[in-house]
Design a protein around this ligand. Structure first.
Ligand code: NAD
Length: 247
């Protein structure tokens, strides 16, 4: 039997990059995976990859930062697979703008999707975990919260919020079989990174491992955190960044 056989997982933002690799990996480990993404066709593509490999998955086109979108996606997921006991809060957006030019709208959008989204998704799904007496929440934050990055104040603030949110939830549910951890990725080759980094080659050449991270590098850490091997691990941050930042 595979590690996650019989488990139902939700991966937000599973239509691209890191979320796609996590969805694929959890399905490979035996979970039934609901891929929630604002971009429906992208979520479908992830599902097609999983089905091709013999896994179980459905796509839900949904805004993972809206209560209504989440309710719809969750009821479809439960109807198809049953209660959800693994939640990966991965959906996120970024942006680069000098601080004094940062509009209130840009600030609100990034905080809404990156920080309020995990709040709403967790609040919707954790009751299933409590009922099962077993649950896993993995929040994808960012190494920018460890290093600081200019012109991304909204993004870094939102992800710093996710780090704190993780610790608070971990404490609240530690006695009920539900663990909550965060992975702050550093420099992973995805459409998001390619959209924000100016000189990829120089940046890679100056990095300790001389390579960008792969989405699969994050998926591996996530697969560990949602497994039974990690049942005594909660409130932790597992930095997957190729040695770019040492805690
Ligand atoms: P990506 O842009 O390739 O993928 C993000 C996915 O999230 C997209 O499919 C997008 O449609 C979806 N999405 C965006 N807003 C959504 C919403 N409101 N509801 C549902 N889906 C939504 O990005 P990625 O690089 O794979 O990033 C995944 C996560 O990892 C993000 O939270 C990002 O901040 C974080 N991260 C990435 C890196 C990196 O180096 N790539 C570094 C640090 C943190």
């Amino acid at each position: 039997m595979m590690a996650l056989t019989g488990k139902v997982a939700v991966v937000t933002g599973g239509g691209s990059g890191i979320g796609r690799a996590i969805s694929f990996r959890l399905a490979r480990d035996g979970a039934s995976v609901a891929v929630w993404d604002l971009n429906g066709p992208a979520a479908q593509e992830t599902v097609a990859m999983i089905l091709d490999a013999g896994g179980r998955a459905i796509a839900c086109e949904a805004d993972a930062a809206s209560r209504e979108g989440i309710a719809g996606a969750l009821s479809r997921t439960r109807a198809e697979f049953g209660p959800v006991t693994i939640l990966v809060n991965n959906a996120g957006v970024t942006g680069r703008v000098p601080f004094l030019e940062m509009t209130e709208e840009a600030w609100d959008r990034v905080i809404r999707i990156n920080l309020k989204g995990p709040f709403l998704c967790s609040q919707a799904v954790i009751p299933d975990m409590l009922a099962a007496g077993w649950g896993r929440v993995v929040n994808i934050s960012s190494s920018s919260t460890q290093m600081g990055v200019g012109q991304m104040a909204h993004y870094v603030a939102s992800k710093g919020g996710v780090n704190g949110f993780t610790k608070a939830l971990a404490m609240e549910y530690a006695g009920q079989g539900v663990t909550v951890n965060t992975i702050p990725p550093g420099y992973i080759d995805t459409p998001m990174l390619r959209g924000t980094v100016q000189n990829m080659e120089t940046s890679v050449a100056n990095s300790p491992m001389r390579r960008a991270g792969r989405p699969e590098d994050i998926a591996g850490a996530c697969a560990y955190l949602v497994s039974d091997d990690a049942s005594y691990v909660t409130g932790q941050m597992i930095s997957v960044n190729g040695g770019r930042y040492l805690m």
